[in-house]
Design a protein around this ligand. Structure first.
Ligand SMILES: Cc1cc2nc3c(=O)[nH]c(=O)nc-3n(C[C@H](O)[C@H](O)[C@H](O)COP(=O)(O)OP(=O)(O)OC[C@H]3O[C@@H](n4cnc5c(N)ncnc54)[C@H](O)[C@@H]3O)c2cc1C
Length: 468
């Protein structure tokens, strides 16, 4: 669904009216690439960078273990801090290390599966996008997926990565058993019945308890979904949200600041024949919103009128496809992001406050705010621990200043009782985090037992865990 720049130009009547009134349209800013760090440091160590470009490091050693023994060797002998890396799609400084960067890319693929229980054992380095077709060939699929599928399984699970659905928990809730290589206790198997405390503490473990080598996942039989995307006034969607998320298997919406409009996305199980979606137009829509920001960002009423005129008459889009093909999207336009998970009842009041605040103070924002819901689970460091959650995610174009996420957005999300997504930007430290997690102290005790010398902790993790 695209707003279409041509359509925006048709609404140039509004623009002309503004010009007649003496308002001079101007481009909001010149697009400038953020400065890039050098490819090598003074010691000729190669640069590592995350997806959005804001985190970087020059590791002394890059380890690419091909089996679990090699993971243990890297953990024991690699210079500290030893940091596991998946696809580098986290926005926070979880991965950067000047010690050992341990890539799980060599531990990838399905180890075994069970047709009767729909379980599969999968190496932690497997990318979600490769896992989808591999499971489909076995008649299985993951019950839910995040917005993209570029992440590694280990990286996604370690940060409590989630999709949306009132009855759908985050990915780590699928883990029945996992094998974790630890600095002090070697290779351990854990589950609800074997080493249960380690299982509960380290499932959402941020790579700070050990390096997970493989997971046994509870999947579901292959699913076909019907996806519908529709644009509606935001006020109407906010009103309808409790019913929308109850009615559909998966429901989310993207509130578009400065437009008064939102795009709802729902998925439901179907046995209709496949009707694959056309080429995704999400990137075009985003560029249209940026175009509006650049040319009409100085005048909110004009920007809103242009957007609404461009969106008038947009028809809903529908498609039918296998779940693993439909639940995730391509995100070609880079951004930085903050996402908090709030008590479900606080989600809509917080969204309204966010929209009002952004529209008052930050005309440069053009990315949609992503609104999702997630079922509770029992992992000790899961932001969904013991509470049904509603998440709100605010994005900043990668070329734009993202400090407003901390100055304006985070205080609102915190005030409404939010817990931060571990992989996305936030400013919290152990002092603020510990009271949010009822099993925090036990989790930290397990961490100390598995890594008493702190070999897995980089400065960012020391900030999160309080130098334990
Ligand atoms: C475009 C984009 C879209 C996104 N969409 C969503 C979304 O829809 N929902 C959502 O919840 N999040 C989303 N995220 C966030 C993302 O899912 C998480 O940050 C996730 O951790 C990234 O996975 P990764 O493989 O890149 O991990 P990395 O960023 O490489 O690592 C993340 C953490 O996992 C640890 N880790 C990696 N592998 C292992 C292992 N084998 N054992 C132990 N620890 C390990 C690392 O040490 C690090 O602490 C998105 C991010 C981007 C950039």
């Amino acid at each position: 669904m695209t707003l279409s720049r041509r359509k925006l130009l048709v609404s140039a009547a509004v623009t002309a009216a503004a010009a007649t009134a003496g308002v001079k349209l101007r481009q909001h800013r010149l697009d400038a690439e953020p400065p890039a760090p050098p490819l090598q440091d003074a010691n000729r160590r190669m640069l590592w960078r995350n997806w959005s470009g804001i985190q970087s490091a020059y590791p002394a050693l890059r380890a690419g273990p091909a089996n679990e023994d090699e993971v243990l060797v890297a953990l024991a002998r690699g210079p500290a801090p030893v940091r596991a890396v998946g696809a580098g799609h986290s926005f926070t400084a979880l991965v950067p290390t000047d010690g050992t960067l341990l890539s799980l890319d060599g531990l990838s693929g399905i180890v075994d599966h069970d047709d009767a229980t729909y379980q599969a054992t999968v190496w932690a380095g497997t990318r979600l996008g490769e896992l989808g077709p591999a499971l489909a060939a076995l008649g299985q699929c993951m019950p839910n997926l995040p917005d993209i599928n570029k992440q590694s399984l280990g990286g996604a699970i370690a940060t409590a990565t989630h999709g949306s659905g009132e009855r759908s928990a985050a990915l780590h809730a699928q883990v029945m058993e996992m094998r974790i290589a630890t600095p002090a206790r070697g290779l351990l198997t854990c589950s609800h019945s074997e080493n249960p405390q380690i299982f509960d503490a380290a499932r959402v473990g941020l790579g700070a308890f050990g390096v997970v080598t493989r997971y046994r996942l509870q999947n579901v039989p292959s699913l076909r979904l019907f996806k519908r995307t529709a644009v509606r006034p935001t006020a109407e969607v906010i009103e309808d949200w409790p019913s929308l998320r109850a009615r559909h298997r998966n429901a989310e919406f993207f509130a578009l600041p400065f437009t008064g409009m939102s795009a709802t996305v729902t998925h439901d199980e179907t046995d209709r024949p496949a009707e694959p979606p056309g080429k995704s137009q999400d990137a075009d829509v985003l560029l249209d919103l940026k175009w509006l920001r650049d040319w009409a960002g100085f005048a909110t009423p004009l920007r809103r009128r242009l957007a609404q005129s461009a969106m008038a008459g947009l028809k809903p889009e529908e498609s039918v496809e296998e779940a693993w093909k439909l639940l995730s999207n391509e995100r070609d336009i880079r951004f930085n992001e903050m996402e908090y998970h709030l008590p479900r009842e606080a989600q809509m009041p917080a969204l309204q406050e966010l929209l009002t605040t952004i529209e008052k103070y930050r005309p440069d924002v053009f990315f949609p705010i992503e609104v999702r819901s997630i079922a509770p689970d029992d992992a000790w460091l899961s932001p969904f621990h013991d509470r049904p959650s509603g998440s709100l995610a605010v994005h900043a174009y990668y070329k734009d200043d993202y400090r407003f996420l901390f100055d304006l957005v985070e205080p609102i999300l915190r005030k409404h009782g939010g817990r931060p997504h571990w992989g996305k930007l936030h400013s919290l430290t152990a002092k603020e985090l510990a009271p949010m997690y009822p099993r925090w102290a036990e989790a930290m005790a397990v961490r100390r037992e598995l890594d008493p010398q702190g070999r897995l902790l980089n400065p960012f993790l020391r900030r999160l865990f309080g130098d334990v």
